[in-house]
Design a protein around this ligand. Structure first.
Ligand code: IMP
Length: 193
């Protein structure tokens, strides 16, 4: 079976993509290939970060790989927090970041927002980008206990629950990451058939 490395340390994402890849591809983690470097993430864009991570790994190992980056883009804030979603108020403190966003938006009526995931794939030295988007809006208060990050304040178009009020399967029907992962798997299936 064809193997490819997912340049991430996030176990949750590995489980998600392995579920989609099933028996079509073997998705290896950084642990599986014993890769222990700190991976740089210094670009001002999602595309730049995904490429930076994939290129860093590919240069060191020569192995086919992909990396992802995701941001929440709020229309009235010109796309913020965007590439800074993980550290908007505080590094990786989901609650502080979420409350900071709600505070910034307390007088803003236009609540439109989207999650956007970008995946950079490097296959035999060639680079490809894939994108997954879910449009929706930001609530005035957090609702629900499931998920992570900004899930309690994001309602996808076509529903009235926040992501945090859904099961993972329900969220995945809308999810930005699932859309990007599906495009990647379809592409890999086509090039290897
Ligand atoms: P990453 O690039 O996937 O690590 O995502 C960066 C940040 O975006 C995370 O730290 C979260 O704050 C936020 N984020 C990414 N995906 C989701 C999601 O599915 N729900 C809620 N927040 C998310």
């Amino acid at each position: 079976m064809r193997q490819i490395v997912f340049v991430t340390n996030n176990q949750h994402k590995l489980i998600e993509i392995r579920h989609l890849a099933k028996d079509k591809f073997q998705i290896q983690s950084l642990q599986d290939v014993d890769f222990n470097y700190d991976i740089p993430e210094t670009s001002p864009t999602l595309e730049g970060n995904a490429l930076e991570k994939a290129r860093f790994f590919y240069k060191k190992t020569g192995k086919n790989c992909f990396a992802d980056d995701t941001g929440l883009e709020v229309h009235a804030l010109g796309g913020l927090p965007g590439v800074n979603s993980a550290r908007f108020a505080s590094d990786h403190d989901y609650n502080k970041n979420m409350m900071h966003l709600l505070e910034l938006m307390k007088d803003i009526e236009d609540r439109r927002a989207r999650f956007r995931t970008v995946i950079a794939l490097i296959l035999d030295g060639k680079e490809f980008l894939f994108e997954g988007i879910v449009n929706g809006h930001i609530t005035y208060e957090p609702r629900g206990q499931n998920g992570f990050g900004y899930d309690p304040i994001f309602v996808p178009q076509g529903d009235n629950r926040t992501f945090a009020q859904m099961t993972l399967d329900e969220k995945n029907l809308y999810s930005h990451r699932q859309k990007a992962f599906s495009k990647l798997i379809d592409f890999l299936q086509n090039v290897s058939s």
